[in-house]
Ligand binder design. Structure first.
Ligand code: HEC
Length: 190
């Protein structure tokens, strides 16, 4: 086949399109979704089978995962919440439950599959999480010994979204890395 300008242009467009799809809408495998669904048993007591939060009278055990920015945002921030739990804010009386640290309840495979399941169930759509990523998050956060404040998670997510848009110098996926001590180059001393 002889390549002309148009063919090249459409090949380029297709390449870009498939790159975009790869980044945004990668399909989870049915097998991983099945594993994730069974691992989700750990979450159901609070988030309910439908992901909308188990109702208790007029209150709920936990917030809905449907449309949650943490469920669909940077998986690193989501993993941090699941591994370490979220510190209870006493002023937040809408939820009876506490987001417990679940690092011992979920091995890397279960963590990856439950995250993938939550990110692709209850109306959510977000990239699957691999076992290797899950392992990486666990190692990265190994030194954190207490639950994380919700405000900290908010900040990490904002930072990661800014990085993804290119408005922040940090590389995507480094949301939880400590801020560099000095971002500006030291003045020349000649
Ligand atoms: C014992 C109850 C409980 C269990 C079990 C539990 N959660 Fe939670 N979860 C909560 C509560 C309560 C919050 C809200 C915490 C807050 O903001 O203070 C929460 C928040 C979250 C959030 C952030 C949602 C948002 O938008 O605020 C995610 C994501 C999440 N949980 C995922 C999970 C996953 C996945 C599991 C199972 C592996 C799980 N949780 C198990 C109670 C629970």
């Amino acid at each position: 086949m002889k390549l002309n300008q148009n063919t090249l242009a459409s090949l380029a467009a297709f390449g870009m399109l498939s790159l975009g799809l790869h980044a945004n809408a990668e399909e989870p495998s049915p097998e991983v979704m099945k594993e994730g669904k069974s691992a989700y048993a750990t979450c159901m007591a609070c988030h309910n089978v439908d992901g909308k939060g188990l109702p208790v009278g007029t209150l709920k055990m936990a917030p809905p995962l449907t449309g949650s920015k943490f469920a669909m945002g940077d998986p690193e921030v989501m993993a941090l919440a699941i591994l370490k739990g979220i510190e209870k804010d006493p002023s937040n009386t809408a939820y009876i439950g506490i987001m417990a640290p679940l690092e011992t309840a979920l091995d890397d495979k279960k963590l990856a599959s439950v995250m993938t399941y939550v990110r692709n169930s209850f109306g959510n759509k977000a990239a699957p999480v691999t076992e290797a990523q899950a392992k990486g998050y666990r190692e990265k956060f190994a030194k954190i010994k207490s639950s994380v404040k919700r405000s900290t998670l908010d900040k990490l997510l904002e930072k990661s979204e800014a990085a993804a848009k290119g408005t922040e110098p940090a590389a995507p996926g480094e949301a939880a890395a400590p801020a560099p001590a000095a971002s500006a180059a030291p003045p020349a001393t000649e």
